[in-house]
Design a binder for this molecule. Sequence first.
Ligand SMILES: [Zn+2]
Length: 395
Amino acid sequence: MKARYQYRFYPTDQQQQLLAQLFGCVRVVWNDALAICKQSEKLPSNSDLQKLVITQAKKTLERSWLSDVSNIPLQQSVADLGVAYKNFFDSLKGKRKGKKVSSPKFKKKTGRQSARFRIGGFSIKGDEVYLAKIGNVKPLKSRQLPSAPSSVTVIKDTAHRYFLSFVVEVESIRIDAKNQSIGIDLGIKTFAVMSNGEKAISPDYLKKDRKIRKLQRKLARQQKGSKRREVTRIRVAKRHNQIADTRKDFLHKLSTKVVIENQAIVLEDLNMSGMVKNRKLARVISLQGWREFRVFCEAKSEKLSRDFRVINRWEPTSQTCSCCGYRWGKIDLSVRSVLCLNCNTEHDRDENASRNIEMVGMGHRHDLKRAGSDCQTTPVASCCEPSRITDVERR
Ligand SMILES: [Zn+2]
């Protein structure tokens, strides 16, 4: 199994210049190759593309400067484009798991820059990493690489931070889980409520987000191409990075804990695009990072040989008693606790949902399954409407 290990580093002024040059060349090669692919009916082979956009391009006046940088990242750029196309086609054919992959895009001069070195283009000597035609750089290692990396990507992000990202092969680790299974209900007020009663509250992103929105309004007023606008742009990017770092840190810690402790992890498939259409909620939801959390849990489950399951989003997990299976119907979001009139148990709404998610995921309750249309048309019962709950026929 492959994993990424990323470390920050600080290049010297000269290295910054050399890297800027390299990023530019990698970008041009990618964009030239992409332009050729878009024009051709059949995708040209990797080696044909390399000949056109690297070897032959170097002989022309407009692209002669490609010779000034290491050839390895340039070849890698063409190879990566091939992979991007393959992922796109696999995704179209439904051969690829997860999110839909869009067609490869042209790379911009503004935005995140990167260049990838294969074996032969880089080497590791003690604390330092040698990059071809760039020199030695010293990454800040928070943890050791578990094995020799097969490639390293040099990244400069929008806030002008530099990173080395290594791809390494890792073996799956054996840690025995304490518990059999866990169900997790993701929400906005409380990030995650778990079927064992634990809760995880996410950091408060709103204060920083408000500042970003203010800066973005300022950015919109500033003249394009001006120095002041560039300063504001970097400030916005830095704040975005801060939020993303805080969120990643939180999600990594939580997903690690959940996956280490449990043999099976069950999440609910959330209708993100539908939810994000609600504009008021959209920004708050995207700040939470539910999708990211799921990706982390899934990857870590593979690493630790855990069972990762996702249940259908139409399961009425908040409409059913997790103790006796009695279904009370839809309740308004404002209702936080429910008293089951069948078995007299009082439930916290989210905890009850997470227990149901666990049961459905583990196959202990198949009878919960209903068609989507049925759930959509269920009327919303208000909290002070006990008749609705008592009227429904008993199972
Ligand atoms: Zn009950």
